[in-house]
Design a protein around this ligand. Structure first.
Ligand SMILES: Cc1cc2nc3c(=O)[nH]c(=O)nc-3n(C[C@H](O)[C@H](O)[C@H](O)COP(=O)(O)OP(=O)(O)OC[C@H]3O[C@@H](n4cnc5c(N)ncnc54)[C@H](O)[C@@H]3O)c2cc1C
Length: 460
């Protein structure tokens, strides 16, 4: 291994190769603190050519590679194992804008740019890059692509798959696939870039992407509304779609348990509590005041328990901060068994009802923290106990997961709507995913990475 590391230092520079625990520590634990790895080293290549040379060298020495972006994966996707034999490749130095074509509404960036920096680069050109996540200050475009990230504006703009025009990828044999393109239409063969979106680094290292930009909305109208149950929430979703069409950008829901946590850790911030709270945002061209008036007039005719409409940008940000604080707030309150599930939004009320009943029967005193992107059917459905200690929580995880996932699949859903599979869910994927689909995926993996060196120990 010393020969490998010496050669690697020659490729990327010894200053960009970390082997001491003090230097590697920040890359080796996932953001939930659930997975701890011990890599052979952490490599920080600075260009696509360096990534390609690194991959060829690793292949020659049969060294496995774990790609890492911002390390915000909630399922241990970017954490190496404890063998001390895997090379962690951090893409953070690939952080440049390569090209901006404002007239084509496209932006080509390197994979290690943070999502926030990409959003800013688009804004500087008076354009919108609409992917929006609470982790946007840390997560990177390469990680967003590799997990097919979703977030807060999928309802209107789609997931990372829909937001990507082209990709550059270093394949497991070290070849560079140049599929960077600003085209919206291209029927010249298969769309190979889609293979790498959502592949969680198992088919290659993404080094750059061409992203879709949009006109920047100038008007926003944002409301927090309280309703009596989940069925009412979904009725609101459809009524809002009918009334405002594509202007409906965000439709998030938070259960009363979530609101109580926000009230506990952010006292005085929540304007009211209700069985369910809906965060609604419309966006459009034109003027915020006018859009706000339309929303207020519409709300006046609806049946709601309580509600506020943001009257200024500062009030809008306050409402958003509450929603974006949800994950961290729950983390402060202790561990939970996390699910990132998706069902058709029409099935959300039945799923919540059936899962809540089944969990309470199996684990009396269970606490469900349910919130998320109900506009696209994606819920963060996190389970813990109300009794103190939570000590046995993770030993109950298999049974909790079985109850939740059985119901998810009964409602034609998915066990990974936006966070991916990582180390947390491979065996669950094997249980629930269509076996033919899994076999096709494994055939592709075998063709591209026969030695199994790209992010091993995941689901492929
Ligand atoms: C507070 C909080 C809120 C969140 N909210 C959302 C949300 O609303 N929506 C959502 O979708 N996610 C959300 N996430 C999850 C997470 O931020 C996303 O999955 C994000 O896309 C991961 O990006 P990252 O750069 O941190 O990737 P990492 O965690 O570093 O890696 C994720 C996976 O991608 C692979 N990978 C990373 N970079 C590359 C690359 N260049 N080439 C090949 N493979 C690569 C890794 O090996 C790993 O398998 C949230 C996380 C937190 C902590």
């Amino acid at each position: 291994m010393n020969d490998f590391l010496a050669r690697l230092a020659g490729v990327i520079g010894s200053a960009n190769l970390f082997t001491a625990d003090t230097d590697t520590a920040r890359y080796t634990t996932d953001q939930r603190g659930r997975y701890h790895g011990r890599p052979l080293a952490v490599a920080r290549p600075g260009s696509t050519a360096e990534v390609a040379a690194l991959v060829r060298l690793a292949r020659a020495h049969q060294v496995a590679i774990v790609p890492q972006g911002g390390n915000t994966s909630t399922c241990g996707g970017a954490t190496p194992d404890g063998s001390g034999r895997q090379l962690l490749v951090a893409l953070e130095r690939l952080n440049r804008v390569r090209a901006l074509d404002a007239a084509n509404h496209s932006l080509t960036v390197e994979a290690g740019m943070t999502l926030a920096a990409v959003q800013q680069a688009a804004a500087d050109a008076d354009r919108l890059f609409p992917l929006s996540l609470a982790s946007e200050g840390s997560c990177q475009i390469g990680g967003n692509l590799s997990t097919n990230a979703g977030g807060l504006a999928v309802l209107r703009y789609g997931t990372m798959r829909e937001l990507t025009l082209g990709l550059e990828v270093v394949l497991p044999d070290g070849q560079v696939l140049n599929a960077l393109s600003g085209l919206r239409k291209d029927t010249s063969g298969l769309d190979v870039k889609q293979l790498f979106i959502g592949a969680e680094g198992q088919l290659g290292l993404i080094t750059a992407a061409t992203l879709k930009l949009f006109a920047r909305p100038t008007a926003h109208a944002t409301a927090l509304v309280g309703v009596r149950d989940a069925a009412a929430a979904i009725a609101w979703l459809n009524a809002l779609k009918d009334a405002f069409g594509d202007r409906l950008t965000t439709f998030e829901i938070m259960s009363e348990v979530c609101q109580n946590l926000l009230a506990k850790y952010h006292p005085g911030q929540l304007p009211f509590t209700a069985p369910w709270a809906l965060l609604i945002e419309l966006s459009d061209s034109g003027d915020s005041a006018e859009l706000g008036e339309r929303l207020v007039a519409w709300l006046a005719e609806q049946d709601m328990l309580d509600g506020v409409v943001a009257q200024s940008e500062a009030e809008r940000q306050k409402l958003w901060q509450l929603r974006e604080a949800m994950s961290e707030t729950q983390k402060r309150d202790g561990p939970s068994i996390k699910h990132d599930i998706g069902v058709p939004s029409s099935a959300i009320p039945a799923f919540l009802d059936e899962a809540g009943t089944a969990l309470e029967a199996a684990f009396p005193g269970v606490r469900v923290v349910a919130f998320g992107h109900a506009g696209d059917g994606n819920l963060h459905y996190n389970v813990s106990y109300t009794r103190p200690g939570n000590a046995e929580l993770f030993s109950d995880e298999p049974r909790v997961n079985e109850i939740v996932y059985d119901l998810v699949y009964r409602h034609a859903g998915t066990l990974a709507a936006e966070h991916g599979i990582g180390q947390l869910k491979p065996h669950w994927l094997a249980r629930y995913k269509d076996p033919v689909a899994l076999a096709v995926m494994k055939t592709i993996k075998q063709a591209l990475d026969p030695a199994g060196l790209m992010n091993p120990g995941r689901w492929l």
